[in-house]
Each structure stands twice: as structure tokens, then as C-alpha cells.
Write a protein that binds this ligand. Structure first.
Ligand SMILES: Cc1cc2nc3c(=O)[nH]c(=O)nc-3n(C[C@H](O)[C@H](O)[C@H](O)COP(=O)(O)OP(=O)(O)OC[C@H]3O[C@@H](n4cnc5c(N)ncnc54)[C@H](O)[C@@H]3O)c2cc1C
Length: 394
């Protein structure tokens, strides 16, 4: 049976998260430690401790690995959707609760692929909120929408790997400890060649952070880095999963990760709509509240429809995954649809607010800017549509 009802326990947890975000996290949105390169590590740690105190830290991780879960068990994808939406009310909510990108997707991947030693050294401290991680794939002129263009190389002499290459748009690079690096393993007599993942501590000489890029978003801790691997030497234990399987692991990570982006941004878009609705009720023009002008009420109505459609789309893809399906097609449809629709919601909210919409008098401006990037990462809309189109055409 398909059931859209939210069970009482889940609704109570959703409301608890919303209260936590509103009461404890929203006040930090004006903290100077929320810099143009995202929240800094000092702010992140302070927020993480607030969530830890409320037992709201890393709710998504499997409980057997230290995740908070719900009622002593790990969350289903649908439950995750309901709770992440509440967390997303502030872009700092997922940071506090340790369910923001890229750590969240990285934790998911590591929980599926890491060996016991890697779990101890990397996954456990990540789940505990003590360290951060990166997923380093995208390259200037190389891997991007098309990961097959991967140009970072790795060689293997039977004992050690040597990695060389350059990456950019690497979220959280500045300050992250656990680095998942994608490189193309050259032919060698010991291991399969091809795109391969490595997991290592980022604090070593072969990893050079050239700079943090200036971008229009500022919701990710550490911003987005340009990094270089200069004869990075790694022991054979740094191999993550099997050699030559990086693209398969990236897909494993991406399907749920693109949905969790949708969940968090849905919460942020709802917040923007809430602010726009309040404004439409109280701001008057031409003798009445602006919300009573049809042009404004239609903008708000379009938002309401879009928010509802996005929620249902997310829940359906989550439900499929809860049935054990990979839901690649549905998560791809959800990602492209939700990112485009929510950005339109944020834009209409800016419009309803009039001139202050583009100012930091409200958080709508920040949501609008931060959300723009969502149409690009984890697959630009056009790439998803291209894949959907190919499936449609058989
Ligand atoms: C905020 C942000 C954070 C990011 N964080 C990370 C990170 O932590 N780690 C990481 O590795 N990467 C990260 N990225 C990079 C992200 O994964 C890439 O931006 C994305 O994969 C697109 O690659 P590209 O930027 O090289 O664009 P390109 O591949 O150069 O594509 C440019 C445009 O071409 C079009 N296009 C490409 N292929 C097709 C097609 N088949 N059909 C139709 N149109 C097409 C699309 O419109 C696309 O936007 C991040 C990006 C952003 C914006």
C-alpha cells in the first residue's frame, strides 16, 4: 500500500528539528564566521555541538556506525526526506546536524565501500562531526559533466601509488581531513587500470590547495577549492574499494546525494516562501496588502504548487529506494525538476519582496544565491535531461 501519512513519531521528530533550527541555528545566520567562503570551521564546530546536545547529530548515518537515527534504528530514505526538509529551513541547519554536502554523500559512500581500518580512521570521526571530507573529481578542462574525461593520473609500483593532477570546485577542501580522490590508474601488473578512488588524509605535502574560489554561494563549509596533487605518494591501503571502479562508486554516491540536496533545498525554499507570504500580507501598495493584488497572489500560488510537486517527486524517488530499487532514472528526474523549480520559487520570493528582496534584510537573497549552484552540481539540469531523454528514446 502507498501511504502519504507521516507517522506520529516522524512528525514529532520533524517538528523537533524545525524548532531546533528556528530557535538555535537561525540566530547564527548573521554571524561573521559565515564568510564569503561559507561557514568557517569554528562556526561549524559550535553548531555541531548544539546539534550533538539535542541528539540531532548525523541522523542519517546507520545507527550501527554511530548515526542518531530515529527510535534506535536507521532512517529510511522517505524519513530522511521529511527530516532534512525541516533541517533545511536554515542553510546552517544541515551544517549543524552534520548532514550537509559533501560530508553527507561521502559518509554514505564510505559506509558502503570503506574497509574496517578506513571506517576507524575516516568514517567514524566524520559521523562524530570531528572532521570533514572532500570528494575530489572535477578538473579544469577534464572531468566534469563527463567524468570519463578524468585527467588526474595515478601510477602503482606494487607498493605505492603516485598521483598527479589538478582539480577545482572541490567543496570543503580548505580544512578537510578525509580526502576521496578520483584518479585514472595507469596500466600496471598488479591492479586493474582505470578511474579509481583513493582515501587519504589531506594534511600532507603532495596535496596543495592553490586557492579557494570566489563563488556566489556561501553555504558550504570551507568554500570550493582549486587543488593540485604533486607527486602525491599513497600507500596501497589508500585504495578505496576496488581499483578501476571509481565511476561505479561515484554513481552509488550520486543517486542518494542528489536527492538529499533536493530535500535540504526544499526546506530553504519553504523558508523563502514563508518570508514572502508574510511580506505580501503586511506590505501595502495601492490601498491594500500586495498579496491581494492578483499578480502577487499568483506568484505565491505558483510557489505553493511547486513546493508540493517537488516534495512528492522527492518522496516517490525515496520510496523506490526504500523498496530496494536504485531509482537512477527517478532521482535524475527529481534532481533536474526540483533544482529548476525551487530556483524559480526563490526568484519569485525575491520579486514579492520588492527592492529589499535583493538585499540581506531577509535571508531570501542568500537562499537565492546559494541555490543557484544546485542547478549545476551533482549533474547540471541539461545532463540529467539528456540522460532522461536517452532512456525515453530507448
Ligand atoms: C557549488 C559547487 C560545488 C561543487 N563541489 C564539487 C565537489 O565537491 N567535488 C567535485 O568533484 N566537483 C564539485 N563540483 C563540480 C560539479 O560536479 C561540476 O560543476 C558539474 O559536474 C559540471 O561540470 P563542469 O562544471 O565541468 O561543467 P561542464 O562539464 O563543462 O558543462 C558545462 C555545461 O555544459 C552543458 N552540458 C554538458 N554536457 C551536456 C550534455 N550531455 N547535454 C546537454 N548539455 C550538456 C551543461 O549545461 C553544463 O552546465 C561543484 C560544483 C559547484 C557549482
Amino acid at each position: 500500500m502507498i501511504d502519504f501519512a507521516i507517522p506520529a513519531e516522524l512528525a514529532a521528530e520533524r517538528d523537533r528539528i524545525r524548532r531546533f533550527v528556528v530557535d538555535k541555528i537561525v540566530p547564527y545566520e548573521r554571524d561573521p564566521r559565515l564568510t564569503s567562503h561559507g561557514p568557517n570551521d569554528d562556526l561549524r564546530q559550535e553548531l555541531v555541538e548544539l546539534a550533538r546536545a539535542e541528539k540531532l547529530l548525523t541522523i542519517q548515518a546507520p545507527v550501527e556506525l554511530g548515526g542518531a537515527g530515529l527510535g534506535g534504528r536507521s532512517l529510511t530514505h522517505v524519513e530522511q526526506a521529511v527530516l532534512y526538509e525541516a533541517a533545511g529551513w536554515s542553510t546552517l541547519g544541515p551544517v549543524a546536524m552534520n548532514c550537509a554536502a559533501p560530508d553527507e554523500g561521502n559518509m554514505f559512500l564510505l559506509s558502503k565501500v570503506a574497509n574496517p581500518q578506513q571506517i576507524d580512521e575516516h568514517l567514524s570521526p566524520l559521523i562524530d562531526g570531528r572532521q570533514r571530507s572532500v570528494f575530489a573529481m572535477t578538473e579544469p578542462g577534464g572531468a566534469g559533466s563527463d567524468p570519463g574525461q578524468l585527467s588526474t593520473t595515478a601510477t602503482f609500483d606494487g607498493e605505492r601509488f603516485t598521483v598527479n593532477g589538478r582539480k577545482w570546485l572541490i567543496t570543503g577542501a580548505d580544512g578537510a581531513v578525509s580526502w576521496i580522490i578520483m584518479a585514472r590508474l595507469a596500466a600496471n601488473p598488479h591492479l586493474p587500470e582505470g578511474p579509481t578512488l583513493f582515501l587519504t588524509d589531506g594534511r600532507q605535502p603532495g596535496i596543495v590547495i592553490e586557492r579557494t574560489m570566489n563563488t556566489m554561494d556561501r553555504n558550504y563549509v570551507g568554500g570550493h577549492g582549486v587543488v593540485r596533487f604533486d607527486d602525491l605518494t599513497l600507500p596501497k591501503e589508500a585504495l578505496l574499494g576496488e581499483a578501476g571502479q571509481a565511476l561505479r562508486y561515484a554513481q552509488l554516491r550520486l543517486a542518494p546525494a542528489r536527492l538529499t540536496h533536493c530535500m535540504r533545498w526544499l526546506g530553504a525554499a519553504e523558508r523563502a516562501q514563508h518570508i514572502a507570504v508574510e511580506h505580501a500580507r503586511t506590505r501595502t501598495a495601492f490601498g491594500r496588502p500586495i498579496g491581494e493584488h492578483e499578480g502577487v497572489s499568483f506568484l505565491l500560488a505558483d510557489n505553493e504548487v511547486a513546493l508540493h510537486q517537488c516534495r512528492l517527486t522527492i518522496w516517490h524517488a525515496c520510496w523506490l529506494m526504500d523498496q530496494g530499487e536504485r531509482a537512477r532514472h527517478e532521482s535524475s528526474m527529481a534532481k533536474s525538476f526540483v533544482s529548476e523549480e525551487l530556483f524559480k520559487v526563490a526568484d519569485r520570493c525575491v520579486q514579492v519582496l520588492g527592492g529589499i528582496g535583493i538585499s540581506d534584510e531577509t535571508v531570501v537573497e542568500m537562499i537565492f544565491r546559494d541555490m543557484r549552484a544546485f542547478r549545476l552540481y551533482d549533474g547540471p539540469t541539461e545532463v540529467h535531461k539528456w540522460a532522461i531523454g536517452r532512456k525515453v528514446l530507448g
